[in-house]
Each structure stands twice: as structure tokens, then as C-alpha cells.
Design a protein. Structure first.
Length: 141
């Protein structure tokens, strides 16, 4: 099972405050544990929403582009991991170990990534084949 682990933004991350050297060191060690255990597929931190945009689709001919920053810090994402583990419980156990030296990680969300079989008959054999081809072309499994 794959899970996306979403690190929620904080007032500090949205203000562009960088993590301390201590936290970066601890986070590097944690990421190394994830990699060595074979569960980390990807993981990155994100810049503040001030550097982002949102593309809104509201049924009009052209989508609307809205520049950041965005107001609701608690709804923003500051980083993510993609983990491959045996269960949601295993993902939870890993994430309970996330370093929080600076005390800024207030909430981390864990959500399972859809797999092809989750779509049932709606994902026809032709669509499955096309998706498999795109994954192969992009270097994903």
C-alpha cells in the first residue's frame, strides 16, 4: 500500500522561516531510516504559498489563476512523503517518529494512494493498459 503523508504548514513555514540546522539534521536521519527500510518512495519540502498559485476551474471557458499567499495556513501543505508500507498502522508508526525539534509540526495527514484495483470495472482493460504504459514511460512501477 502506498500512502501520501502530508506535512501541514505552520505560521513559521508560511512566513518563510527555515528549519533549524538541528531539525534538518534530525529530519535527514529520519529520511535515511525510511529509505533504508525500503518504505520511502519520495519526499520533499515545499516553499511557502507566497510562491504558489492556484488554478480554479469554475465552469468558465478559461480557468482562473490566483497568486499566493493563501490565508488558511492550517489548510496548506509544507511538505510530503510517499511511503510504501504494509498497512495504515505501519504508516502511522513511522510518522509518530517524525522529528519536531523546532516544535512547528502541529499536524501531519496520512492518506492512502488509490491503486488501479480500487477503481473496479470503471478502469477498463484499455485504460489499465494505457496507465501502465504511462507509468513505464515515466519511470514509475
Amino acid at each position: 500500500m502506498r500512502f501520501m503523508v502530508i506535512m501541514k504548514a505552520s505560521e513559521e513555514s508560511e512566513a518563510g522561516q527555515l528549519p533549524s540546522t538541528e531539525l534538518l539534521t534530525e529530519m535527514g536521519k529520519f529520511n535515511e531510516e525510511l529509505v533504508r527500510a525500503g518504505v520511502m518512495l519520495a519526499g520533499e519540502g515545499l516553499t511557502s504559498s507566497a510562491e504558489g498559485v492556484r488554478v480554479k476551474f469554475d465552469g468558465k471557458a478559461e480557468p482562473t489563476v490566483v497568486d499566493g499567499p493563501f490565508a488558511e495556513t492550517k489548510e496548506l501543505i509544507a511538505g510530503f512523503w510517499i511511503l510504501q508500507v504494509r498497512s495504515k498502522e505501519e504508516a502511522i508508526e513511522w510518522i509518530k517518529r517524525v522529528p519536531n525539534t523546532d516544535g512547528v509540526h502541529h499536524e501531519i495527514e496520512i492518506r492512502r494512494v488509490f491503486e488501479a484495483e480500487d477503481f473496479g470495472d470503471n478502469l477498463t482493460p484499455e485504460l489499465r493498459e494505457a496507465e501502465a504504459g504511462l507509468r513505464a514511460e515515466s519511470g514509475q512501477n
